[in-house]
Design a protein around this ligand. Structure first.
Ligand code: 4AD
Ligand code: MG
Length: 431
């Protein structure tokens, strides 16, 4: 019989269907087995009675372990008390492969135990719900840019030089005598493709050899990076708030079930509409000091600073015009106050910190040469980048949005490690 997916079960009320999945849980009482079956799209309870299936089939389910793979047929019956609104009256039952002593039981396990078994942990309903939200976030991002005529232009992962500072580079042996670095950001290449195509985006994995062991840092994460020719920092802020609000709206629209399963307070997400507040770094400093933090003008915002600042708003807040000294070499200085860089960070509410970093790029050749020197970057690796300033340079800008940060915020997670199927962190590369 053709397979039906549990998510579509409502369309089959009264019909006999076949579900191919796994046994998530089983309860038995005398002549009845209650089988919680999952198939990757959802869960449904199958009620198997000895009278309906006969002794032999009934016995097959008697001691069957959690996560055994099974094929179950039965009639769909509406039941207001069932979590999904439907149950299955089981008439057919086949064990595809028996699982014995599945290591992740419904009882509590420690995080390290679960992370060592991440390949199995992702089968847990909560983890699967997070990964479905991640899928929705990624598709929302793609649809957002595609519907606005941005061109997807991929950027390389092997790169000859740093984009976001030399301290967080992963070196890779590139044949006999060359060192390549895993990309920290596609931005520099985006600047080239933007000069060719106008408005572009790159979307892929990026790498940071960050020795920080915080809940906000992965060593491998996914970033979407738009870049626009003839754009200013204000255009960058406009695009940022449009992207973030549209991604949140899409998840609220399509993944309410998952958010409920995650017990997310969705009213907090419903207020994420444009316009987002825009405050200067100067104002951020005043606010931090006003909140009693020992923050001094000139420093970068730390995790606590971001949390305190963002808690003052009910939606993401954009902080712009940071001291140039704490920002990357490629940022354009503010014409009125050259000690400031035309960069902007978007901080998510509820203590989730920075989800977007970007700004307007330095378009001037001589100043760029001076910056590369001052940051002690290898000039030969940047010759091609300087060409962008030699041949038809224009004002331009863009940003990078970290997918796991956004998923983590939207799902209300405590740690980024649950926002990606197989996280890579300072002390973890397995499984
Ligand atoms: O602020 P970042 O470092 O900016 C850039 O890389 C720019 N070149 C992007 C651009 O303008 N095209 O990183 C951008 C975003 C951060 O706001 C954060 O969401 C995410 O990438 N991010 C991380 N996510 C997880 N783990 C890490 N270690 C991250 N570092 C940055
Ligand atoms: Mg940043």
């Amino acid at each position: 019989m053709a397979q039906t997916y549990i998510k579509d079960i409502a369309a089959h009320d009264g019909q006999t269907i076949t579900i191919k999945g796994w046994l998530h849980n089983r309860r038995s009482s005398g002549k009845l087995h209650f089988l919680i079956v999952r198939d990757g799209t959802g869960q449904v309870q199958g009620v198997m009675s000895k009278a309906a299936v006969g002794d032999e089939t009934f016995r097959k389910a008697d001691h069957l372990g959690q996560e055994s793979s099974i094929i179950v047929s039965g009639a769909v019956r509406a039941d207001a008390r069932a979590p999904g609104g439907y149950e299955l009256d089981v008439s057919g039952f086949e064990v595809v492969s028996e699982a014995v002593d599945y290591p992740i039981t419904p009882k509590e396990h420690g995080v390290d135990y679960l992370m060592d078994r991440r390949h199995l942990w992702i089968r847990a309903p909560r983890q699967a719900a997070i990964l479905r939200v991640r899928h929705e976030v990624i598709n929302a991002v793609r649809d957002f840019f595609n519907s606005r005529d941005f061109i997807l232009a991929d950027t390389p992962i092997f790169t000859p030089a740093a984009c976001e500072g030399t301290t967080t580079l992963f070196p890779v042996q590139y044949f006999e005598d060359t060192t390549a670095y895993l990309t920290q950001s596609g931005q520099l290449y985006n600047e080239a493709t933007a000069m060719a195509l106008g408005r572009v985006y790159a979307f892929g994995p990026t790498f940071r050899a960050e020795k920080s062991k915080t809940r906000r840092h992965l060593t491998e994460f996914w970033m979407v990076e738009p870049e626009m020719a003839y754009a200013t920092i204000d255009d960058v802020m406009d695009l940022s708030e449009q992207l973030v609000s549209s991604v949140v709206a899409r998840v609220l629209d399509k993944r309410m079930n998952e958010l409920k399963q995650l017990e997310r307070d969705t009213t907090k997400l419903e207020s994420v509409t444009t316009p987002f507040p825009r405050i200067s770094y100067d104002e951020a400093v005043t606010r931090l000091q006003g909140a009693g933090l020992p923050f001094e003008w000139g420093g970068d915002l730390g995790g606590t600073d971001e949390t305190v600042l963002s808690s003052q708003f009910d939606r993401p807040v954009m902080v712009h015009r940071y001291p140039a000294a704490v920002k990357a070499f490629y940022m354009k200085p503010d014409a009125e106050r050259p000690e400031l860089a035309l960069g902007v960070d978007v901080l998510a509410p509820e203590g989730y910190g920075e989800i977007i970093g970007g700004g307007e790029r330095l378009a001037d050749l001589d100043l760029m040469l001076a910056r590369i020197k001052a940051h002690e970057l290898p000039p030969e690796a940047f010759e091609w980048y300087l060409d962008l300033r030699r041949f038809g340079s224009v004002p331009h800008g863009g940003f990078g949005m970290g997918i796991e940060r956004v998923v983590s915020w939207i799902c209300g997670l405590e740690h980024l490690r649950e926002a990606i199927p197989f996280p890579r962190m300072l002390y973890r590369m397995y499984p």
